[in-house]
Design a protein around this ligand. Sequence first.
Ligand SMILES: Nc1nc2c(ncn2[C@@H]2O[C@H](COP(=O)(O)OP(=O)(O)OP(=O)(O)O)[C@@H](O)[C@H]2O)c(=O)[nH]1
Ligand SMILES: [Zn+2]
Length: 203
Amino acid sequence: MSKSEAESSSEETPSFSVDHARIESAVREILAAVGENPDREGLLETPSRVAKMYAELFSGLHVDPGRHLKKVFQETYDELVLVRDISFNSMCEHHLLPFLGVAHVGYIPRGSVVGLSKLARIVEEVSRRPQVQERMTETIANLLEEQLAPKGVIVVLEAEHSCMSIRGIRKPGSLTITSAVRGLFRKNESSRAEAMALINGKK
Ligand SMILES: Nc1nc2c(ncn2[C@@H]2O[C@H](COP(=O)(O)OP(=O)(O)OP(=O)(O)O)[C@@H](O)[C@H]2O)c(=O)[nH]1
Ligand SMILES: [Zn+2]
């Protein structure tokens, strides 16, 4: 594979390598701090499992999701394209607990369209970072706007935050909904209403 092919590959190797040993020693510390014995049999492999888990859950910190939107197809279609119910799980940066839900990603093309799977790929990659839901929503909208220069972008995320379900206020089932709209969807109420109706039409 040539250098340029490698650079454009969807499977590019991240330049940053997660420090597994550091996570492992931190996890041992946490176990000791809560009064557990990190050397008991059941916990022996836990630090290395957690290190691998964090490397996976935070893998989106070290890649550029915008690369998935570089390959476009010239099309004259200039109506709404919407992929809804893209499942994701991300990590709340306040408690390092997951928030899980679905993303709905729509745009109105301006002369070119992108492969539908790429919309799910950017959701997937952006989700793999510690963050708040608002920023995740904006990040996805900004990527589409910057890479495709479309006529409009709409991104809606619906998620349950486990930091609100299993601890603290303990309200399982509560849903947080965030949206980011750009271009036509921001200016034109009927375009926004059409997209929202399609997003909500499933219920
Ligand atoms: N805006 C926003 N808040 C979030 C998100 N994820 C978690 N939070 C909130 O972050 C806040 C952190 O509040 P703090 O008062 O600093 O921390 P805390 O004492 O653990 O808060 P409680 O959850 O109320 O017990 C909480 O209200 C969480 O519900 C998110 O994606 N967006
Ligand atoms: Zn939280």
